[in-house]
Design a protein around this ligand. Sequence first.
Ligand SMILES: Nc1ncnc2c1ncn2[C@@H]1O[C@H](COP(=O)(O)OP(=O)(O)OP(=O)(O)O)[C@@H](O)[C@H]1O
Length: 336
Amino acid sequence: MTPSTPPRHAVVIANPTAGTIDDALLDGLLAQCARTSTRATLVRTTRVGDAEAAARAAAAGHHGPVDLVVAVGGDGTVHEVIEGLTRTPPHGTGDAPALVIVPAGTGNSGYLMLWGERPWQESLHAVLTGSAEHAAPRPLDLARVAETGAKVFLGACSGVIADALRVARSIPLSGRARYACAFADSAAAFTPYPGRVTVDGTVLHEGPTVLANVGGGRFRGGQYQVLPRSELDDGLLDVCVVDGTVAPSRVPELTRHGDHLGSPGIWYGRGRRIVVERLDGEPLCFEHDGELQPPTLRRATLEVLPAALTVWGRPTARLSTSGSRAGAGPDATETA
Ligand SMILES: Nc1ncnc2c1ncn2[C@@H]1O[C@H](COP(=O)(O)OP(=O)(O)OP(=O)(O)O)[C@@H](O)[C@H]1O
């Protein structure tokens, strides 16, 4: 395999308030850069919005030529860094810096999506040494919420998966355990809402809806494979709808291993523009990248931004090919 070009200058954007960060983690990271002669510029955030500003500054060339941005934190930090990297045209004629994630939050779905369960030190070492066998810079599709302009990298979801984030606020656990507990509690009490999901102008589902998940990554909450077929670099968004014939309480167990696609009441599509609506005049319960959104939208329009970002991940034929593709069936409406 041809080695990738190792990065020469990394801007490390670290959120010191993220769930599992400490000085030892940052010292270890900087030592790894020093061992491979990668210049590292450390930026510690001090408030919400700093990570986005730092990524924008790095892409705009404020630190000189930069070919790598290291986001150290949880999914919230990664989301900000992506907003910053994609908001600025790259400095001069060079490419925008590529992103690598060092997981220091509690859920870390972004890291899981790109590297699986591999320790971050091994992933970073492969990036810094240009080991093509273990790491590759890959194009990553993002989505944009047309109504707000927000970028989405992990995925967006209406219904019970979003409601679980509300429930999680009062659960005294952290990370994946907290979300699992919240998902079970929310699902046990959830009432389907009247909804419609449209894929590139064709209605995929209309009627009682438990959730509509658009992505993005295969996993939500770091552990539920709601979109087991999703490819992160195919220029398309996947969508899975669970309709009201499925008991909400069964959804956590059904989606745990991505086995739900063959079941009745599951609708799966793929396209460039996906509209998720609530039809009774009430606001959608809606989240993206693990952040519950204010109840202001009755519809969310997700448009794909193909290859919006270069991100380091494990080299696979596609970014996320673990698991097999389900055969086409009634659950497998594909619009592209
Ligand atoms: N210095 C800071 N002080 C306070 N908040 C910050 C700071 N830097 C970043 N933030 C905000 O903290 C929020 C949470 O961070 P992040 O999601 O990275 O960590 P986490 O909550 O521990 O991880 P996870 O989302 O995996 O549970 C982010 O939305 C970010 O905007």
